[in-house]
Unconditional design. Structure first.
Length: 103
C-alpha cells in the first residue's frame, strides 16, 4: 500500500527545474522571479535563505531578491500564517535590518 504525505495546511508540493517547492504558490513565485531575472528587473535571487535566531533556531526565508535598482527584498510565500511563524518574523525583523514581504 502506498502512503501519501499530506501537508497539514493542504499545500500541494510542486517540482520545477528539479527543485522541490512546498506549495504551488511558492513554485509560481519562483517562475515569476525567473521571468523578472530574464527581463533584467531582478539581478539574481536566493532561495531558502537562513537567518539564525537565539536558541539555535533558524528561520529560512523562501526568497531573497536582488533587484536592478539596488533593492533587496526578503519574501515569504504563505497560505496560512501560524502564531509560531508570526513570532519568528517579528524576531528576524528585530535582529536583522530587514522587513519580510509576505505574499
Amino acid at each position: 500500500m502506498k502512503k501519501y504525505l499530506h501537508h497539514k495546511y493542504h499545500a500541494k508540493p510542486q517540482k520545477i527545474d528539479d527543485i522541490n517547492f512546498s506549495s504551488k504558490k511558492e513554485a509560481e513565485y519562483y517562475g515569476k522571479l525567473k521571468i523578472l531575472k530574464q527581463n533584467g528587473d531582478v539581478l539574481f535571487f536566493l532561495m531558502q535563505v537562513p537567518f539564525h535566531l537565539p536558541g539555535k533556531t533558524t528561520y529560512r526565508a523562501d526568497f531573497m531578491e536582488f533587484w536592478a535598482d539596488g533593492t533587496v527584498i526578503v519574501t515569504e510565500i504563505k497560505g496560512f500564517e501560524t502564531q509560531t511563524w508570526k513570532l519568528k518574523k517579528k524576531l528576524v525583523e528585530a535582529l536583522y535590518p530587514i522587513e519580510i514581504d509576505v505574499k
